[in-house]
Design a protein around this ligand. Structure first.
Ligand SMILES: [Fe+2]
Ligand SMILES: [Fe+2]
Length: 221
């Protein structure tokens, strides 16, 4: 309880300066996956399925935003512990993922989910809360979240492959790269004794239900 109270200032500080918000120079296409293409007026590059791409970018942006907040929460608790550098390394990759989706939102003129302020707080609380269970708790959270995100990326890869692999080549390449990064984070969690966390399977199930709900909502609103 005292530890939770001590975290309140860290949460307030981090809320004041959202990480990887909506800044950055607009780019017609992401830096990942090749040369920029020209942008058509209004709805992004010609010939794309705008509804599908909007949904993918909105939910992925929300997911990467939430992942950043989770790692911020974990670092607020465990940043100075032995596992701090491991968490920081994963967080750095999430910052890069979020930056890419920020760029895509501008390129495709996609609005973020209205739930972003909620994910801001919920992500931090989940990260800090799991870290308060100790290193294993934080890693259990990482395993649960990263497994959900990499499964989610896999389903998007299938969707885009069915739509048109050539047309979505660059987006596919980026999502595959991020999927690989999330899998690596998942494996790092397991290597750091995630399964030794208290009530590991309950914790994992609850967190993954939360992830499913977050994905469902962020695709729609
Ligand atoms: Fe990520
Ligand atoms: Fe990740």
């Amino acid at each position: 309880m005292a530890a939770a109270a001590a975290l309140a200032p860290a949460l307030r500080r981090s809320l004041g300066r959202p990480r990887g918000g909506f800044g950055g120079a607009p780019r017609p296409w992401p830096a990942v996956g090749g040369a920029p293409r020209p942008r058509s007026t209004g709805a992004g590059p010609d010939g794309i399925n705008k509804a599908v791409v909007d949904r993918i970018i909105r939910v992925d942006h929300a997911g990467e935003y939430g992942a950043n907040r989770i790692y911020a929460g974990q670092m607020a608790v465990l940043g100075r512990s032995a596992v701090g550098p491991v968490i920081q390394q994963m967080w750095n990759q999430e910052k890069d993922h979020l930056k890419k989706f920020n760029e895509l939102m501008i390129a495709y003129r996609v609005r973020p989910t209205v739930l972003l302020p909620f994910w801001n707080v919920a992500g931090f609380v989940l990260g800090a809360g799991s870290a308060l269970l100790g290193k294993k708790g934080a890693m259990a959270c990482t395993v649960a979240v990263e497994e959900s995100i990499s499964d989610h990326y896999n389903s998007q890869i299938r969707t885009l492959m069915e739509e048109d692999p050539e047309k979505y080549k660059e987006l596919l390449q980026m999502i595959k790269q991020f999927r690989d990064d999330e899998r690596e984070h998942h494996d790092i969690g397991l290597e750091h004794d995630a399964e030794g966390a208290p009530a590991y399977s309950v914790l994992k199930t609850v967190i993954q239900l939360g992830c499913k709900a977050a994905i469902f909502l962020s695709e729609r609103i």
